[in-house]
Design a protein around this ligand. Structure first.
Ligand SMILES: Nc1ncnc2c1ncn2[C@@H]1O[C@H](COP(=O)(O)OP(=O)(O)OP(=O)(O)O)[C@@H](O)[C@H]1O
Length: 323
């Protein structure tokens, strides 16, 4: 089926939040969140339980009104007629009608969504060997997830938000579905925001990350820029005192054994990337390694006190703050 990809009138980011917050009775679920997700990126949303990931997605989907600040979706208000058709959100509960068959579920998707892509939706269902005639009520949790994903992709959204979508899917199907999802996203220029606790699965998949902790943004930006502006350093060091080799750097995390210290560091000032691979000035006897995305994320998750870092493309524009 032909589908015209809506081209934004300007280069509005897929998501832009300024001072975004939401408070429940027990306290702030999300607070003072500033970040920007440019269109076309595959962004991993990471954080410990209760960090605010689902809350952020619900706000961006227009399911909850912000308690403070704002979030814009392609420059518009979440849930508004301007943005509703461009966004698909798959929450953790994956609501489907149990009495409908898979075919009837996809037909409902077609009737409700003007830009419906039947081929894409059927492809996802068929790859799981799911009979179109099967009733949703008789499907396993993983099979329901597949149907829910087919519905979300069939909508051909410009922004696809997936809240731990594959938690009940077996490892082989998980890998296959991730590949299919990304294939569709890259082909259509879809922006994807995907939350997951499986950090290894985000490596090689995401080109952007957003890390939340305690309802606040801890880390946000382009994966290559973030990896380039951090180093894992490993060297001999005894005792609990300061590690002289790390002076002049921002230490995100420092772990010690009796004879060795391992640290994730970044430049002390701003977000500058030291010039060249040997520009870190750590000194002889230390291994200076580029971290993997999983290592970088784990270090930030283990060190909630580390100062937040947003790469330049992840910072909201000054105009956004005035809206
Ligand atoms: N409906 C609600 N009523 C009251 N508090 C809520 C509600 N939903 C979420 N919260 C609280 O808001 C905070 C953020 O929750 P949220 O579900 O957004 O976190 P999360 O990062 O998605 O967690 P998880 O990884 O466990 O899914 C938590 O402290 C949670 O207890």
């Amino acid at each position: 089926m032909s589908h015209q990809i809506p081209v934004p009138a300007d280069d509005a980011p897929a998501l832009e939040a300024t001072g975004l917050g939401l408070k429940y009775r027990r306290g702030w679920a999300l607070r003072d969140c500033d970040f920007r997700l440019p269109a076309g990126r595959i962004c991993g949303l990471v954080g410990p339980n209760g960090a605010g990931k689902s809350t952020l997605m619900a706000l961006a989907a227009g399911l909850l009104p912000p308690g403070a600040g704002s979030v814009r979706v392609f420059g518009g208000a979440p849930g508004s007629p301007q943005t509703r058709g461009r966004v698909a959100f798959l929450g953790q509960d994956k609501p489907l009608y149990p009495r409908l068959t898979v075919a009837e579920t996809l037909r409902a998707g077609r009737e409700l969504n003007p830009g419906w892509d039947q081929e894409a939706a059927e492809r996802i269902v068929r790859q799981g060997d799911l009979p179109m005639s099967a009733r949703v009520a008789g499907l396993t949790g993983g099979q329901r997830t597949r149907v829910a994903l087919a519905l979300a992709l069939g909508k051909r959204p410009d922004l696809l938000m997936l809240d731990e979508p594959l938690s009940d899917v077996d490892p082989v199907s998980r890998q296959e579905l991730t590949g299919a999802l990304l294939g569709e996203a890259v082909e259509n220029g879809t922006t994807v925001l995907i939350s997951s606790h499986v950090l290894a699965e985000l490596d090689g998949v995401c080109d952007y990350v957003l890390v939340l902790g305690g309802g606040r943004v801890r880390l946000a930006g382009d994966v290559d820029e973030l990896l380039a502006s951090h180093r894992l350093v490993v060297g001999a060091h005894e005792g609990d005192g300061p590690v002289p080799a790390l002076a002049g750097h921002q230490v995100v995390e420092l772990r010690r054994t009796s004879r060795q210290a391992t640290a994730l560091i970044r430049p002390a000032e701003g977000d500058g990337i030291p010039p060249g691979e040997d520009g870190w000035g750590i000194g002889d006897g230390w291994d200076v390694l580029r971290p993997t995305l999983e290592e970088l994320l784990l270090c930030y998750l283990r060190s909630p006190q580390a100062p937040a870092l947003l790469t330049p493309c992840a910072r909201p524009t000054p105009e956004a703050a005035l809206r």
